[in-house]
Design a protein around this ligand. Structure first.
Ligand SMILES: Cc1cc2nc3c(=O)[nH]c(=O)nc-3n(C[C@H](O)[C@H](O)[C@H](O)COP(=O)(O)OP(=O)(O)OC[C@H]3O[C@@H](n4cnc5c(N)ncnc54)[C@H](O)[C@@H]3O)c2cc1C
Length: 489
């Protein structure tokens, strides 16, 4: 892979500050400022810590109660897949070791066919000998535990102050003043040097930016939604299915997915259209749910004895996508995480890309040499991250079709086998799209472009007569690599 666009841009703009030790000295020479972070979710709590580590005083405003009190579970999906882009940001903040304690490694996908047969597919790539000795993994983490840990770790820093039960209701852009409302309805105002909007897909900070000239915003809902049910451990506390796998029941237009949790449970999620013959809206009675599961997911029925009860009790949730531009305002307001790019969850990259926003902005700040550079830095941040946000949305939408429709398809599985062998035999010459998105820091837009080139080539290869039997020949690999090297469109 070539140099990332961030590295290129940083080099081009500030060649004198690419040396890390020099950029550290400059960082410490910058005056501490009063920063506001609006939203203490997964991105806001991490970014608060990263700002405080630079010597800034950070107030974090969160509309919800303290996640360490009560039984708050985090609102949306119960667990999440954490991968390399997220880990890199956590490492930069010095808290990856703490997160590792609550993370469960997942080495492969296991596909469940309608007849109950299983197909396994590793996430990582084999070594040159075709072995998976030290497999690449994604990690399952509980949303609630991770959020709590991020709040706790950041709060250890003397410069970070959390204000729970504080909803941001308005923001004055010129004076950088936030209007904050407490749980009792009382409002007060507070002024800051800079404000970071990490308040999620329905961001209030972004709402305010939408009233500025030439600010673009688009929101769409997927016509599909999701519902979660829990598979509890067996009587002796063991997982009921392989614990190092993400389980998928691909059924064409819809699917069931099972992601394990460290406590022995699986969070099982059905993603399906709202309407139509297999739509979520029609699954509103014991009989309808029983028929749906026995037709499509019969092997799950003995593993979740109360599945109909859970199904009817749990909410159906929608999937929203938002895009906006720019991601900053002048030198003082910046959007990060879902506030700037809410995507569908099918690549497991929403949080990871939000955490990558943190590491990218942090690297840009490393290269900054005076407070006057904030405007320039925020502009660079938008320039780098907006294309990445758009690309990961497209990738995630494509991956929904792949997961629900193609993972059970023999031609798809053959493609995966060929690509894994190619990558192992010719390292650096062919990296499958999944690996680029999940296990690399290649900007998403570059990965998407490369993925489209790979699709064009592999479509032709898979159309060859007899490829199922003679794919593992040197000529096949040579022809793919030649096509790759000559297809530069
Ligand atoms: C079903 C599902 C599965 C997913 N799986 C994955 C996965 O496997 N891997 C992955 O990387 N991503 C996944 N995601 C995406 C991930 O959940 C989000 O990208 C991530 O939560 C974004 O973090 P955030 O901090 O930007 O926003 P949020 O987590 O939404 O946090 C925003 C915070 O701001 C607070 N807030 C909102 N408004 C205000 C206000 N006015 N004032 C003060 N506070 C406010 C909210 O209470 C919240 O705490 C999934 C999403 C869904 C829906």
């Amino acid at each position: 892979m070539g140099m990332t666009s961030l590295q290129t841009l940083t080099k081009r703009l500030k060649p004198q500050f690419t040396n890390r030790s020099m950029s550290k000295q400059i960082q410490h020479a910058l005056a501490p400022e009063k920063m506001a972070v609006v939203g203490a979710g997964l991105v806001g709590s991490l970014w608060a810590l990263m700002l405080a580590q630079r010597g800034h005083h950070v107030d974090v405003f969160e509309r919800r109660p303290d996640p360490r009190k009560g039984t708050y579970k985090g609102g949306r999906s119960i667990n999440l897949a954490l991968s390399d882009r997220g880990w890199r940001a956590l490492e930069k903040a010095g808290i990856a070791h703490a997160v590792r304690e609550i993370a469960l490694p997942i080495t492969h996908r296991t596909m469940h066919a309608t007849d109950g047969s299983l197909t396994r597919q590793p996430y990582g790539l084999p070594n040159a000998k075709g072995k998976f000795n030290d497999p690449q993994c994604i990690y399952s983490v509980s949303r609630a535990l991770l959020n709590r840990l991020l709040v706790e770790e950041s709060e250890k820093h003397q410069y970070v102050n959390y204000r729970f039960d504080h909803r941001c209701v308005d923001m004055d852009l010129e004076s950088k003043k936030l209007t904050l409302e407490k749980a009792d309805g009382k409002q007060h105002m507070q002024t800051f040097d800079r404000i970071f909007g990490t308040d999620g897909a329905f961001s209030r900070v972004r709402d305010r930016l939408m009233r500025t000239d030439r600010f673009d915003f688009a929101q769409r809902y997927l016509t599909h939604g999701y519902k979660e049910i829990e598979m509890r451990p067996s009587a002796n506390g063991d997982f009921k299915m392989e614990a190092d796998a993400l389980h998928i029941w691909p059924r064409g237009e819809f699917m069931l997915m099972g992601l394990p949790n460290p406590d022995g449970t699986f969070t099982c999620t059905v993603f399906a259209p709202y309407d139509g013959p297999n739509g979520l809206n029609g699954l509103d009675s014991d009989d309808a749910v029983m028929t749906y599961f026995s037709t499509h997911f019969s092997d799950v029925i003995p593993l979740i004895p109360d599945f109909t009860k859970q199904w009817l009790a749990n909410p159906t949730s929608s999937l929203v996508m938002t895009q906006c531009y720019p991601w900053h305002h002048g030198d003082s307001i910046c959007l990060m995480g879902d506030a700037s790019h809410a995507i569908v969850p099918f690549y497991g990259q929403g949080m990871n890309s939000g955490m990558e926003d943190c590491s990218v902005l942090s690297e840009l700040l490393d290269a900054m040499n005076s407070p006057q550079d904030w405007a320039n830095t925020m502009q660079q941040y938008t320039a780098l991250r907006k294309p990445s946000g758009d690309a990961i949305l497209e990738l995630a939408l494509r991956n929904y079709i792949e997961m629900r429709d193609k993972t059970g398809d023999p031609s798809f599985l053959l493609r995966k086998k060929i690509e894994a062998k190619l990558a192992a035999k010719f390292p650096g010459r062919w990296l499958p799209l999944y690996s680029q998105v999940t296990f690399s820091h290649t900007p998403y837009e570059q990965a998407l472009k490369a993925g489209k080139r790979q699709d064009r080539i592999m479509e032709k290869v898979l159309a060859q007569e007899g490829i199922e039997d003679d794919w593992d020949r040197p000529e096949t690999f040579e022809s793919i690599l030649n096509a790759w090297e000559s297809d530069s469109a």
